[in-house]
Design a protein. Structure first.
Length: 133
C-alpha cells in the first residue's frame, strides 16, 4: 500500500468511527412549487448544515431552457413520490402561502403513507399572508 493509500484508508476509518458515534441523520424531502427554486436551495443548505439529509427537486420544470415534456414532468412527479417514500418527513416550501396542485398531491400522498408534513410557513401565518396579498 502506498503512503497516499494508507492516508486515505486512515481518513476513511476516522469518518467511519465518527459515523458510528452519531445517530442516523433525519431524511427530509422538500416539496413545493419549482417557482421557488431559490428558496429550495436556501432551505436545502439550512437543513444540510443542521445535520439532515435533504431530498429535493431534481429539475426546475418551469425552466424553459430544459424543455421538459409533459411525459418527463409526469416521470419527475412519480420520482418525487419515491423520495417521499424514503424520507422521514416532508417539509413544504409554501412561500407566501402558495401550495400548487402538484404539491397538494405530494402532501396528500405523504399523509396517506404516514409521513409527517411540516411547512416552511405555518399554515395560519401563510393564510394571513395570502389574505394580505
Amino acid at each position: 500500500m502506498t503512503v497516499r493509500q494508507e492516508k486515505i484508508a486512515m481518513e476513511l476509518q476516522e469518518l467511519v468511527n465518527l459515523k458510528a458515534a452519531m445517530r442516523r441523520p433525519k431524511v427530509i424531502c422538500l416539496c413545493g412549487s419549482t417557482r421557488f427554486h431559490k428558496t429550495f436551495e436556501q432551505v436545502n443548505l439550512q437543513e444540510t448544515l443542521a445535520g439532515n439529509i435533504v431530498l429535493s427537486i431534481g429539475a426546475n420544470a418551469k425552466d424553459e431552457d430544459l424543455q421538459i415534456s409533459e411525459e418527463m414532468k409526469l416521470r419527475l412527479d412519480v420520482l418525487h413520490l419515491y423520495k417521499i417514500d424514503i424520507c422521514d418527513e416532508v417539509l413544504v416550501i409554501n412561500r407566501g402561502g402558495y401550495i400548487g396542485e402538484s404539491t397538494r398531491r405530494e402532501i396528500e400522498y405523504a399523509h396517506l403513507i404516514g409521513k409527517p408534513v411540516h411547512y416552511l410557513l405555518s399554515l395560519s401565518i401563510a393564510k394571513s399572508i395570502t389574505k394580505e396579498s
